[in-house]
Design a protein around this ligand. Structure first.
Ligand code: GLU
Length: 293
């Protein structure tokens, strides 16, 4: 059945309730909202709260409050990722059936000391675009028998994408459409720069990468408008979309709002928090001006 919404562009703002929203979030939310309005599209809000240890109901409440104060309205019900772990598990099962994920047993500490040991010899360990060391080969190259044995012994494990194997399954060139540059560019995606990304942890059934592509597809998102800091992650998102047979949205990565010292804003910087600025007497129009809209 065709939904009544079928032909309209669909935008989303997808914050994580693990801190207060700052000016960078305001820019993203306002841009999504403005673009939806300008194109007769829909504007959705998605709460990305898979990290149950860091996300809180208080931060979530503040998101609704800050966005409403900014003058945004969004469709109800809001999708909260913590209520949909089954959907992400199902996607992971499909990837497991395709043979492109493997159980990863190394702990963070083990990876850290491996890298430190290696780098102490004067060689640099390869890193991903965010600066994290790529995951070592050990678990990818383990035999099935060894994996089964470790799992039977109850050794804690995550699930990682075998990025090399996954890329080899994709028959056409992996690209995405980017409009953040003010024109449409076709960007070549190179997911291998991320190494074997994590898709689920022993303490969290889904990762950001997996849940974001599942949700963008389930919610029919046609335009992903988000900060430039997530530009490189798009390569992994495109790979997962192709593996899972999901549609590809258009991507628009916008400039980041920088703090006074030129650094990227973080949620801990109270001075640029929306709530703090509101308390200081700024208006929603002031916020628009501050973020350059
Ligand atoms: N939840 C992510 C964040 O707060 C954004 C995800 C996205 O827009 O793809 O940074």
């Amino acid at each position: 059945m065709q939904s009544k919404h079928s032909d309209r562009p669909v935008f989303r703002f997808a914050p994580s309730p693990n801190g207060f929203l700052h000016l960078g979030h305001a820019l993203s939310a306002l841009l999504n909202h403005d673009m939806a309005k300008a194109t007769g599209g829909r504007f959705l809000l998605r709460i990305e709260d898979i990290d149950l240890a860091r996300c809180t109901p208080e931060f979530e409440e503040m998101i609704y409050r800050d966005l409403a104060w900014l003058g945004l309205d969004w469709e109800i019900p809001v999708r909260r990722q913590s209520e949909h772990f089954d959907a992400y598990r199902e996607a992971l099962d499909r990837l497991r059936e395709m043979g492109v994920v493997y159980p990863a047993f190394l702990t963070r500490g083990e990876v850290k000391s491996r890298v430190a040991e290696y780098e102490a010899k004067g060689t640099t360990w390869p890193r991903d675009p965010d600066g994290s060391p790529l995951y070592p080969d050990d678990d990818r190259t383990r035999s099935e028998a060894e994996r089964a044995d470790l799992m039977a012994r109850g050794v804690k494990h995550a699930w990682r994408l075998d990025v090399g194997k996954a890329v080899a399954l994709i028959e056409k060139p992996l690209t995405w459409q980017e409009t953040g540059s003010g024109q449409t560019d076709i960007i070549k995606a190179d997911p291998a720069i991320w190494g074997d990304v994590i898709l689920s942890r022993s303490d969290a059934p889904s990762s950001y990468h997996l849940s974001v592509v599942v949700d963008d597809a389930l919610q029919g998102i046609t335009h992903v408008v988000r900060g430039q800091d997530l530009y490189a992650a798009t390569a992994i998102h495109r790979l997962l979309q192709e593996l899972l047979g999901l549609p590809q949205p258009v991507y628009h990565h916008h400039r980041l709002t920088l703090g006074g010292d030129g650094r990227k804003l973080s949620k801990s910087e109270g001075s640029t928090g929306i709530a703090a600025l509101r308390k200081d007497g700024l208006s929603p129009a002031d916020i628009r001006r501050l973020v350059g809209l």
